[in-house]
Ligand binder design. Structure first.
Ligand code: NAD
Ligand code: MG
Length: 393
């Protein structure tokens, strides 16, 4: 078996670290071509020393200089590249086979698309990239013969429960949601949520942005849109089921009454190992599920009155691609502002709703239009935040 070359976009993050953990268990099958980070020199330095990639990319130029100096001093042969164009270069290089797309947010769009255009196996954690580019992304994968494997635990579960080819007999996707840390909080109490409370997820350990998204249920909203694109289904056939234990990672319901589910401990190394090994299975380091310790599986409906982000995402998907870009951009800016304590937790859906309804109708057909809509929505979001601050001070 020839060793597959892997590029990990966002290797310093939560998914990036889990990916390298799985890869470290299978160094006879994989080697690292490139690792990338925005600015975390310390983490990338350690990863380069351990995995000896050909390239390390740091988006921030000053950080790239520091990393290059440290690696040189340590005798490393890894070449350091700087800037976001280098992300696309390493994601699409003829020397890489697999690309883990684990950058957070819109910053991951261009390198992830570049990997798809170059016909790579794209392991997609960066859901925002798909939410922004939808049809264009799926078309690019098809046209260039890329392999698209979902890393998001729900979509990976659905992928595992789908028929081997086509959608024969599939009625519905049942997307499970933990409900986040505020599942049982009253609407009044949600107004007082602090950033520290919002990033403390009950079942999963993740980056800050997705942790806040899980708390507002925007994460589930983005995942509904992601599921529609990945599995070519309309939003009416993607249903959210709140399941606080996060043991069932998602389900597929069939026309004969069968419901197939994928279960496991909440650890992203399972979907990562599945995508790396597919169609084979690889050991991931995840402990087997103890059914007796699990004991119960509970289910309930999502409360869209307290968590309006979920219905905003359904609405955006119905409105079209411009609206989903606006939804994503406004949400990214809102989460940033919430973490900086510029707006309240309950302002997040308000800001998103306001910016989303200003988006054009329809769907952009090319990358330039996608990027313009993203930029305009961010400008609107920042002025919303500024007004809010002026009003509340
Ligand atoms: P994280 O914040 O832990 O890591 C983000 C990574 O992106 C880091 O390596 C960072 O350096 C890089 N990055 C940030 N801004 C960048 C920029 N402007 N340019 C280039 N690189 C940049 O995030 P995470 O939790 O690992 O999530 C990554 C993606 O995976 C997100 O899209 C998230 O929704 C998705 N995801 C994560 C989990 C999880 O368990 N963490 C589960 C499902 C999906
Ligand atoms: Mg998920």
């Amino acid at each position: 078996m020839t060793s597959k070359a892997v590029t990990v976009l966002g290797s310093s993050g939560s998914i990036g670290v889990s990916t390298l953990d799985v890869l470290s268990r299978h160094l006879e099958r994989f080697h690292i071509f490139a690792l990338t980070a925005n600015s975390n020199v310390e983490r990338l330095f350690e990863q380069c020393m351990q995995f000896r990639p050909r390239y390390a990319v740091m988006v921030e130029a000053a950080a790239a200089e520091v990393l290059a100096r440290r690696l040189r001093t340590a005798g490393s042969e890894t070449e350091v590249l700087a800037g976001s164009a280098a992300l696309e270069a390493v994601a699409s290089s003829p020397e890489t086979d697999y690309v883990m797309a684990a950058i957070v947010g819109a910053a991951g769009l261009l390198p992830t698309l570049a990997a798809a255009r170059a016909g790579k196996r794209v392991m997609l954690a960066n859901k925002e990239a798909l939410v922004m580019s939808g049809q264009l992304f799926i078309d690019t994968v098809r046209e260039h013969g890329a392999e698209l494997l979902p890393i998001d635990s729900e979509h990976n579960a659905v992928f595992q429960c789908m028929p081997l080819d086509g959608r024969n007999g599939v009625e519905k996707i049942l997307l499970t949601a933990s409900g986040g840390p505020f599942r049982t909080w009253s609407a009044a109490d949600l107004q007082t949520v602090t950033p520290a409370q919002a990033v403390a997820h009950p079942n999963w350990s993740m980056g800050q942005k997705i942790s806040v998204d899980s708390a507002t249920l925007m994460n589930k909203g983005l995942e509904v849109i992601e599921a529609c694109w990945l599995f070519s289904l309309p939003a009416e056939r993607v249903e959210v089921v709140v399941h606080p234990q996060s043991t069932i990672h998602s389900m597929v319901s069939y026309n004969d009454g069968s419901v197939l589910a994928q279960l496991g401990n909440p650890d992203m190394r399972t979907p990562i190992a599945y995508a790396l090994g597919w169609p084979e299975r690889l050991a991931s380091g995840v402990a087997p599920l103890d059914m007796f310790a699990t004991a119960r599986l509970d289910f309930e409906r999502a409360d869209i009155a307290r968590f309006p982000c979920l219905s905003l995402a359904y609405e955006a998907h119905t409105l079209g691609g411009f609206a989903t870009i606006a939804l994503n951009a406004a949400n990214e800016e809102a989460v940033k502002a919430f973490l900086q304590r510029d707006i309240a937790f309950t302002d997040i859906p308000r800001l998103v709703a306001d910016v989303m309804c200003q988006a054009e109708r329809g769907t952009p057909l090319n990358l330039a239009d996608i990027l313009v809509q993203d930029e305009e929505s961010r400008i609107r979001s920042l002025s919303w935040i500024k007004n809010k601050k002026a009003y509340s001070s």
